[in-house]
Write a protein that binds this ligand. Structure first.
Ligand SMILES: CC(C)(COP(=O)(O)OP(=O)(O)OC[C@H]1O[C@@H](n2cnc3c(N)ncnc32)[C@H](O)[C@@H]1OP(=O)(O)O)[C@@H](O)C(=O)NCCC(=O)NCCS
Length: 123
């Protein structure tokens, strides 16, 4: 039987603009080098950081919805496929056989994410 977990999150972009402005250490604690590189290379870094933060929180909620707790947001890395679509890689906290799907959206003020965790394992 397939089991699903869902999670969502919304973040204020200005919060991340402030963190970037202050070069806050939280950025390096929460985001991976790849996420930081991608976000800072963008014309709208705060939107990218906010979307990725929302994505991490959404994944943690989706896993929790499947009964998987104790996942730190720094263990959730959000990468990009060549077509631009985001995907999730877990760092140091494998969740096999669960697969995770993620969708991000961001505008000048807000970023949102929706995640789904899918467990195809037989009972
Ligand atoms: C995907 C698409 C709908 C984004 O819509 P948008 O209103 O411009 O932007 P949103 O803020 O809602 O979403 C942006 C996020 O969509 C996601 N995204 C980008 N391309 C995507 C795709 N092909 N499939 C799913 N999600 C995608 C990304 O996570 C992106 O945020 P990020 O760059 O910070 O990671 C739009 O870019 C599109 O129609 N793309 C079609 C595919 C395409 O043309 N690809 C060109 C590159 S080959």
């Amino acid at each position: 039987m397939t089991r699903f977990g869902i999670g969502t999150d919304i973040e204020s972009v200005s919060r991340f603009a402030d963190l970037i402005e202050r070069n806050d250490p939280l950025i390096r604690r929460v985001f991976t080098p790849g996420e930081i590189r991608y976000s800072l290379a963008s014309r709208t870094p705060a939107e990218r950081f906010a979307a990725r933060f929302a994505g991490k929180e959404a994944v943690v909620k989706a896993l929790y919805d499947l009964g998987i707790s104790g996942v730190a947001i720094s263990a959730v890395e959000i990468l990009k496929r060549p077509d631009g679509a985001p995907f999730v890689r877990m760092i140091g906290h494998p969740v096999d056989p669960v697969t995770i799907r993620i969708s991000l959206s961001h505008s000048r003020d807000w970023a949102i994410a929706f995640a789904m965790a899918i467990d195809d394992a037989d009972p």
